[in-house]
Every structure is written in C-alpha cells, then in structure tokens.
Design a protein around this ligand. Structure first.
Ligand code: FES
Length: 328
C-alpha cells in the first residue's frame, strides 16, 4: 500500500521537481541565513537558505526569498516547498519565522501520513539553524531575547537509536517540543525506532524515555501492535482518535507497471537528468523492479543510495511499500 498523500502534497512535489516557476528548489548564493538538518546516510537531508531585506534594525529584517535543497522522498520535498511558501507569503522576520512549526507545514500540506511527519519536523529544524546563522551574521543576540535554539548536533549524549544516530538529549527535547506520547508518534516525528526497531522497547530505549517524561500510566503498553497509517492535520492533534486510511485501489499487474513507469518518467528521471544521469527500467517482476542507472549516475559512488533513497523510496511511497529496486 502506498502512502495516502493529499493532492496538495503531490502537486507541490511535482511542481518542485519540474522546476515550475515560483517553486523553491535550489540554493541562495551569499544567503543571509543557512541551516541544515538530517544526513543523507539517514535517508533525509535538508539545506535551507534565505535572503532578507535588510533594515537598520536587524530585528526588522524581512525574509523575501527562501530556497531548499532536499535529499528525500515526496513528503520531504513537498514539506520543504511548503515551508518556503509559508515564509514568503507571510513576509516574516527571521525571529517571527521561528514561530512556524511543523504543524503549520502539515496543515499547509492538508495533512501528512503519520510515518512522514518527520519530513515536516526536518524543515522546522533546518529553519531554526538558518535563523541562528542569520543572527550570528547580523550580530543579534538571540539568548538576550530569550530565544534558545538548539541544533541537533549540539544534543550530544548517549545514542539511543543507532540506526538514525539519535541521542537521548535530542529525543527528550523533541518529545517535549512536539508533545509526543507514544513510540509510534516518536517514530513518525523523528524516525527514531523506524528501522531495525531494537531501540523501541530495549532497556533505556524509546518507551523508557517516554515513561520517564510522561509517567508510566500515560504511556501505552510496550506490546501494543503497530497502528494503521493515520492522516494528521498537526502533531498537536495527535490525541484525536486515529482515522484509518481507506485501502488504495487494487491495480492489475499492467496498471501497476504503467504506474511505476510513469513515476520514474515524471518524478525520478528529471532529478537524475539534472545531475547528468538517467535511468532505464529493465524489467518489473511483481514487487521487484530491475533498473539500470546511466550517464553520470552509472559510475557514481552514491549509486546505491540513489537507488534506495530516491528510486525505491519514491516507488514505495507512491505504489507499494513492498517494492524492491535492484540495479542490474
Ligand atoms: S536502533 Fe533505532 S531503529 Fe534501529
């Protein structure tokens, strides 16, 4: 089953990868604020930059242009696009931009599947890092204004989730900031526990940290089965009853193959071609998609990551989470 994205999310993604005028994929040269979040090895990375209209009083600088470079799936690109749209539409100061939360991004997208909420969190974190950079360049003392920005790299401490390199101080901060109460919410928001899963209920793991923060009674039993995909309109509404997503339509093998072809043609090939590469489908056998990377992608050291994090992720997101992509 593919993710149930809103029409707005799909449209923003397609517009961005096609470079439609008015979209924000790219980087600002000599930007006034630059921030990064995530890492490619974890599957998502975002670099966010903005330019301000300068004022004699730096606190009155206004953000007039925002751009992003995102390595990630459909929702990561759509969430980054949403963040830039919100910022430019509101013409906020960098300090005002800090009030934009991941819930605003999710609302702008008309909802995101719970497992993809982390894409909106990534945008909000990169924005914070960019504002910290702007403040440093413009001589603004954020601490004196009562604003504390913590960058992920600064959350040093015991690593709880080894798969994503997430430390206990970082997880504790995000649990409180985003009001996360269950392991599933934590996985959706920051990916912790979303790979091998061993950190979820291990001693000192995610459930123990949640119990410590909220108290044992407030947290669900460790053996609670995984919840179905739910559509959230914001993390703040996470306590509302979950609405199951209706099953996606069953596709015939022919329709499925055509859909895979279409996604590769429309969403993946343009990205690879922009880097001098290309991709060809060799065969589709059930859930197995055999492809050949070409051009600059063929001998690239990141070919495996391109296959897994771009091609496979897109197809899993939009067609079926059982799909496996292999380069031949
Ligand atoms: S250690 Fe956390 S998902 Fe693997």
């Amino acid at each position: 089953m593919g993710w149930d994205y809103s029409e707005k999310t799909k449209q923003l993604f397609l517009d961005a990868v096609h470079g439609k005028p008015g979209t924000h994929l790219g980087e600002i040269k000599d930007a006034d604020g630059v921030g990064e979040h995530g890492s490619i090895s974890c599957g998502d990375a975002l670099k966010f930059s903005f330019r301000v209209e300068k004022n004699a009083d730096p606190l009155k600088d206004r953000i007039v242009e925002a751009r992003y470079l995102t390595f990630g799936c459909t929702s990561a690109i759509a969430a980054s696009e949403a963040l830039c749209c919100i910022i430019e539409e509101r013409r906020v100061t960098p300090i005002e931009a800090l009030k934009i939360t991941n819930a605003d991004i999710v609302d702008f997208l008309d909802g995101l599947p719970q497992q993809k909420i982390h894409c909106s969190v990534m945008g909000a974190e990169a924005l914070q890092a960019a504002v910290a950079d702007w403040a440093r360049k413009r001589g603004v003392d954020l601490a004196a204004l009562g604003i504390e920005i913590q960058i992920q790299d600064e959350d040093e401490g015991r690593i709880v989730c080894k798969c994503f390199g997430l430390t206990e101080p970082y997880l504790r901060r995000k649990i409180k900031e985003l009001n996360l109460h269950t392991v599933e919410e934590l996985t959706g928001a920051v990916k912790a526990g979303g790979a091998c899963g061993t950190c979820r209920y291990a001693p000192g793991g995610l459930q123990d940290i949640l119990d410590d923060i909220w108290g044992k009674e407030a947290a669900p039993a460790a053996a609670e089965p995984a919840k179905p995909v739910v559509q959230l309109t914001g993390l703040s509404r996470g306590s509302e009853p979950a609405k199951p997503v209706p099953p996606t339509e069953e596709l015939s093998p022919y329709q499925r193959a055509k859909k895979i072809e279409h996604i590769i043609e429309e969403a993946i090939r343009p990205i690879l071609r922009s880097d001098g590469g290309d991709i060809e489908i060799i065969d589709i056998k059930g859930d197995l998609v055999l492809v050949s990377l070409q051009g600059a992608c063929a001998g690239c050291a990141s070919a495996t990551q391109t296959i897994q994090l771009l091609v496979e992720d897109q197809l899993r997101t939009q067609v079926s989470d059982k799909i496996r992509v292999v380069q031949v």
